[in-house]
Design a protein around this ligand. Structure first.
Ligand code: SF4
Ligand code: SF4
Ligand code: SF4
Length: 192
């Protein structure tokens, strides 16, 4: 995939997991022409020590430019969000596009690179869970057990999904005593 003449595309991968790194590389190698902007893609959960590297990469890009967060770690910190060293990406650079998933599929990353807001089902991938409100009895188990705290609920309330934190682990689907949660192949690309 090529940025137009004079513009640049930079991918900064931080953290330990290479899941998003591989997906971004697959998307970037798929060929085709990008829009008329420089692009900074960030995957992984940034820490304080990554902040300068990300800022320098951002400053090095010519205008017009756009920053894209790929995957739960870059969008919210995922399971690392409460780590002492974690630093939210949007406190480092102005993030314009976010892609949910752990990792997101190549198709979703391609839409993000083209700045297409979308909610897409991608066969063969595990995306976000769906909660059946009629079956849910608000027992709170899924909220307590979700590793990244992606199911938010007050006392006695039914859970609401924070898709930017969800790591698609399917624990909620497995433990819900009412069978009210089902994993779906759904990914979201959002423009902020
Ligand atoms: S979002 Fe998931 S796949 Fe991507 S870097 Fe984080 S843990 Fe790895
Ligand atoms: S575990 Fe199931 S029944 Fe309990 S709050 Fe979650 S979705 Fe509702
Ligand atoms: S699949 Fe369910 S338990 Fe796992 S992170 Fe997403 S909301 Fe939480």
């Amino acid at each position: 995939m090529q940025a137009s003449s004079g513009l640049k595309l930079v991918h900064v991968a931080v953290g330990l997991c290479s899941g998003c790194l591989r997906q971004v590389e697959a998307a970037l190698s798929s060929g085709g022409e990008l829009h008329e902007k420089s692009i900074l893609v960030v995957s992984g959960a940034p820490s304080h020590i990554h902040a300068r590297e990300i800022q320098e990469a951002w400053r090095s890009l010519p205008e017009p430019k756009v920053a894209i967060a790929v995957g739960a770690c870059a969008c919210s910190g995922g399971v690392f969000r409460e780590c002492y060293a974690f630093r939210a990406l949007n406190s480092i650079i102005p993030v314009k596009v976010m892609v949910s998933g752990c990792p997101p599929p190549e198709e979703a990353i391609l839409k993000a690179l083209r700045e297409e807001a979308a909610s897409a089902d991608v066969d063969g991938y595990r995306g976000a869970p769906a909660i059946n409100e009629e079956l849910c009895v608000a027992c709170g188990l899924c909220s307590r057990e979700c590793p990244p705290g992606a199911l938010e609920a007050g006392e006695g309330e039914k859970p609401r999904l924070n898709q930017w934190r969800c790591i698609s682990c399917s624990r909620c689907e497995m433990i819900c005593p009412r069978g009210a949660i089902e994993m779906t192949p759904r990914f979201t690309i959002s423009l902020t």
